[in-house]
Ligand binder design. Structure first.
Ligand code: ADP
Length: 373
């Protein structure tokens, strides 16, 4: 819409009557508008495509192609559909006005012309178009700004994570060596444990932050076709020790007839691992965790069910948000970054799937990864 920014605006007048064209052209060019004219529907459309005017004044009654048809064609053209069209007609008929609005006109001027009325309507619609243009530009500017902020944030997160990772590993390594080389007093051991817990929390936060960046960078590897049982079995086995330590029953029920899935193994295993790690974390001692895989209709369903804390209903819509953690004591007592579910959802979405969750507070949760078969 450069015309409006540079001048008062460019108006295209389409009318088969030369006297009308002359009258409107004189009136509007005197007001500072740039005027282009066409004496019929088809030449009007051709000219509109060439000059992209800011506003069109369009006569209804024209031979060959009437104003309604011209307007419909303008609205079909993505380049021209936003240009406001004001109909002009000798008939001051209500049905005619309604049809004008139906085909996409924004206003209607009846002949014989009232000069002040024409100017007022033209000015109003140009002003409106200008404002709309401003809003759209502002939105685009905001979108770009937001995008830049997000990129900056990702860069910051990634740089900070990399820079923190090594010193934290040094602290944990140092603690390990200290324990090996010194006999610590009970008090000393207590302090070392405090340092260790803190360092472990930072370390897992950094790992999750780096994982988010890695996952959000998109699927780089090629998906592979794998048997679902062979894919899930080792992942579940990896959690056997942690589950036993918490006195949890962990069971994997493979499908009665094995089937294949097409996934990027490193990514999808991380998604399942995150679900299992949460199930172990948020299920109190004595509970039960089950992993299943099924084919249903056109979908593969990988399910992780636990009999744990469950998720309050008001938190359910937010658990996939970055850094979101349920603000309940028993949840916050568990170490976590609030990034695990974001990672799961990003990975599954990248596989054209979705994650479903059903949960009842105090009874447990079921997370289902649904993938197209
Ligand atoms: P976190 O690192 O805190 O575990 P996640 O993104 O993995 O973060 O999960 C978000 C929140 O959802 C958790 O803080 C927890 O409160 C809740 N949550 C996730 N999985 C479970 C589950 N199996 N049982 C109960 N609560 C869960």
């Amino acid at each position: 819409m450069p015309a409006l920014t540079e001048k008062k605006g460019c108006i295209l007048i389409i009318d088969d009557s030369q006297s009308n064209l002359d009258l409107l052209e004189t009136l509007l060019s005197d007001r500072g508008y740039t005027i282009r004219t066409a004496d019929g529907g088809q030449p009007g459309l051709d000219l509109a495509r060439t000059i992209s005017p800011d506003l069109i004044l369009l006569d209804i009654m024209m031979p060959m192609m009437n104003g309604y048809e011209v307007c419909l064609r303008l609205k079909e053209d993505p380049q021209l559909r936003d240009i406001p069209v004001i109909f002009i007609s000798a008939l001051d008929d209500i049905m005619e006005k309604v049809t004008g609005f139906k085909v996409g006109g924004v206003d209607y001027i009846a002949k014989p012309f009232q000069l002040e009325e024409i100017i007022a309507r033209v000015e109003t619609h140009l002003e409106l178009r200008w404002k709309r243009w401003e809003v759209e530009h502002l939105r685009e500017w905001e979108r770009n700004y937001y995008q830049k902020l997000m990129e900056l944030k990702d860069e910051l997160m990634s740089t900070a994570s990399h820079n923190i990772k090594n010193p934290v590993s040094n602290i944990l390594g140092g603690i390990h060596l200290l324990r090996k080389s010194e006999k610590l007093s009970p008090k000393g051991e207590k302090y070392v444990e405090m340092i260790e817990r803190g360092a472990e929390r930072i370390s897992s936060l950094i790992t999750d932050m780096l994982d988010v960046a890695w996952v959000e960078a998109g699927l780089k590897d090629v998906p592979e076709t794998l048997h679902v049982k062979a894919f899930l079995q080792p992942i579940v086995e990896h959690f056997t020790y942690g589950a036993q330590k918490k006195n949890l029953t962990l069971q994997f029920t493979p499908p009665s007839v094995d089937f294949s899935i097409r996934v990027v193994p490193s990514r999808m295993s991380q998604a399942v691992e995150n679900l299992l790690s949460n199930a172990v974390k948020y299920t109190p001692s004595g509970g039960r965790i089950e992993v299943t895989a099924d084919l249903q209709d056109e979908n593969v369903l990988i399910r992780v069910t636990d009999t744990g804390l469950g998720i309050p209903v008001e938190d359910l819509p937010h658990i996939f948000d970055k850094f979101y953690r349920v603000q309940r004591r028993e949840h916050l007592d568990q170490p976590g970054s609030g990034l695990g579910m974001t990672i799961v959802q990003t990975i599954v979405t990248q596989h054209n799937g979705r994650v479903e969750v059903e949960s009842k507070e105090g009874q447990g949760s079921t997370f289902t990864i649904v993938l197209p078969a």
